[in-house]
Design a binder for this molecule. Structure first.
Ligand code: ATP
Length: 238
């Protein structure tokens, strides 16, 4: 039969008081897929990620590796392997790069060998981090801090990686570098869910894109079929 997607979101909803921020989202990400979540400010993209992690009260089902994911406790969700790189990165600026990376690997206890293996992988993804290990994270450039945020998430050895606008506030070049690395990760098998306002960039990498508006998915887009910016704009303003 058909292989179940690694992450399968069904009818996921969430509200902030009276604001219905997410209204029954259905989407999935399989092995080796990078999916893009697009849409204007306030469309509900961050809320989707928070609901998947269980960071806010929510309704609906999230299936992970074929079983329903209990989303009462975000730490438990992360321990299963669903790891979020939040908007604003969430790294500790007064700690060194190395200390931040070490924190990402909280599951492995005192296993030095495993720690080293994961560090080596992260340095392959972002060689810059290796050169900056003893630097205080807060003194790095925005791009370097975003690399660290992704690197720290990879230290947890995720089974699914969720990212909330990693390009926010970054120059085009470093954005390209980071998104390319996400492409490499998904190509190596890791499902990646990329929330991104810069639709053209995300569509270059994604195998599928979900367009959000006012808390709903209003279109599922096959990037190969988007021929021009005008066509994309039609989705936004439809
Ligand atoms: P952005 O890219 O601007 O973050 P988004 O698509 O991620 O946009 P969300 O942050 O998910 O959008 O917000 C969806 C809706 O929920 C918006 O109307 C927003 O104002 C509202 N909202 C988000 N967080 C809260 C909160 N903590 N309390 C109340 N309303 C909120």
């Amino acid at each position: 039969g058909a292989v179940e997607p690694v992450l399968d979101v069904r009818g996921l909803s969430a509200r902030y008081g009276h604001v219905e921020a997410l209204k029954g989202a259905d989407l999935c990400a399989g092995k080796g897929e990078l999916i893009a979540v697009l849409g204007p400010n306030g469309a509900g993209k961050s809320t989707l990620l928070r609901a998947i992690m269980g960071l806010i009260p929510n309704q609906g089902e999230v299936r992970f590796e074929g079983a329903s994911l209990v989303r009462r406790d975000p730490v438990g969700v992360a321990r299963k392997g669903v790891v979020l790189v939040p908007e604003g990165r969430g790294i500790f600026g007064s700690m060194t790069v190395y200390e931040n990376l070490e924190l990402g690997a909280y599951k492995i206890g005192r296993n030095k060998h495993e720690l080293q293996r994961r560090l080596t992988h992260v340095f392959e993804l972002f060689p810059r981090l290796k050169e900056r290990l003893s630097q205080l994270s807060g003194s790095m450039s925005g791009g370097e801090q975003q690399m660290l945020a992704v690197g720290r998430a990879m230290m947890a050895d995720p089974k699914v990686l969720l990212l909330d606008e990693p390009s926010l506030g970054l120059a085009p070049r470093v954005t390209g570098e980071i998104l390319e690395t996400l492409g490499t990760l998904s190509a190596s098998g890791l499902p990646v869910v990329l929330v991104e306002q810069k639709a053209p960039l995300a569509l270059k990498l994604a195998c599928r894109a979900y367009l959000f508006s006012l808390g709903r998915i209003v279109a599922t887009i096959d990037p190969r079929e988007v021929k021009s910016h005008d066509e994309l704009a039609q989705y936004y303003f439809a």
